[in-house]
Design a protein around this ligand. Structure first.
Ligand code: SAM
Length: 289
């Protein structure tokens, strides 16, 4: 039997055979370590009944592992040059569908309908291109897809921000945006040495388990996220001052202070000390009905 794709030797062989030159602009850093891949798979919850969706299969390192462990794999790849390569490297696996498309443009809901059974658990798994990690993840979690989890390799700092707790340096509006839709956890840090070529940043594996419903009830989601952003606008400023700047055309400082008092939230606190529930109280309190 052939060697697995995700070894330095086989990867080099494939790159050479196809004279493949990495495109930095597409965030191409391929995984060349089977142990890391098995580790990722073990955190996904994937088994032989599962559907898997991958973003950016590259030359198929992770795709191969998904094909082995899941029932079916759908993989989105933007780089045309990789299509013939994937056809070759994944020829032994009949349960992989590669879609040549920018994930940001893709109708994932439709692809799920077409490729998976209605009762099949679905997991998104990817070693994401780092230049568009946040847009990709926000698209996927906001669309309310019938997906159980997302397990992704991303830049360490971004993973920490998405999984942060209140009163930490990483906690901010991105934390709230992600945790409104999912339970987020950093499951493991990954050294640069397992990638080819090696990226400039450290990486982590982040697991997002999709929530059945949001953890708080907000009257207006867009307004809720605006209030969260405003509260973090200048991290060193108090909540009262950040909100005063944000609402400067409607309320003065006195009115903001009074409103905060009514809501039972101390205006001298900083945004980073508020949890999701308190942001919901804040947003619902300031929301104009
Ligand atoms: N999964 C492979 C691995 O782990 O070795 C490759 C991971 S590499 C970090 C990111 C992959 O995403 C590349 O193959 C790149 O061409 C692809 N990619 C970049 N932008 C994309 C986009 N907008 N939509 C789909 N794929 C994209």
């Amino acid at each position: 039997s052939k060697k697995l794709i995700a070894t330095p030797t086989r990867t080099k062989e494939i790159l050479k055979k196809y004279k493949f030159a990495f495109k930095k602009s597409l965030g191409q850093n391929f995984l060349t370590d089977v142990n890391i891949l098995e580790n990722i798979i073990s955190h996904t919850g994937i088994d032989k009944t599962s559907g898997a969706i991958e973003i950016g299969p590259g030359i198929g390192a992770l795709t191969e592992q998904l094909a082995i462990h899941a029932d079916k794999v759908v993989a989105y790849e933007i780089d045309q040059r990789l299509l013939p390569i994937l056809k070759d490297t994944l020829q032994d696996y009949s349960n992989v569908e590669v879609i040549h498309q920018d994930i940001l443009e893709a109708d994932v809901r439709e692809a799920i309908k077409t490729n998976f059974n209605p009762d099949q658990p679905i997991h998104i798994v990817a070693n994401l291109p780092y230049y568009i990690t946040t847009p990709i993840l926000m698209k996927l979690v906001r669309e309310n897809l019938p997906v159980d989890s997302l397990t992704v390799m991303i830049q360490k700092e971004v993973a920490e921000r998405m999984a942060a707790k209140p009163n930490s340096k990483s906690y901010g509006s991105l934390t709230i945006a992600v945790q409104y839709y999912t339970h987020a956890k950093v499951v493991m840090n990954v050294p640069k040495s397992v990638f080819m070529p090696q990226p400039n940043v450290d990486s982590s594996i982040l697991k997002l388990v999709v929530r059945d419903k949001p953890p708080v009830q907000v009257e207006d989601e867009a307004f809720f996220f605006k209030i969260v952003k405003a509260s973090f606008a200048q991290r060193r400023k108090t909540l009262r001052n950040n909100l005063t700047s944000h609402f400067n055309e409607i309320y003065d400082k006195e009115m903001i202070s009074q409103k905060l008092e009514e809501l039972g939230i101390d205006g001298t606190r900083r945004g980073e000390s508020l949890d999701m529930e308190e942001f919901a109280i804040l947003a619902n309190g300031f929301h104009q009905k």
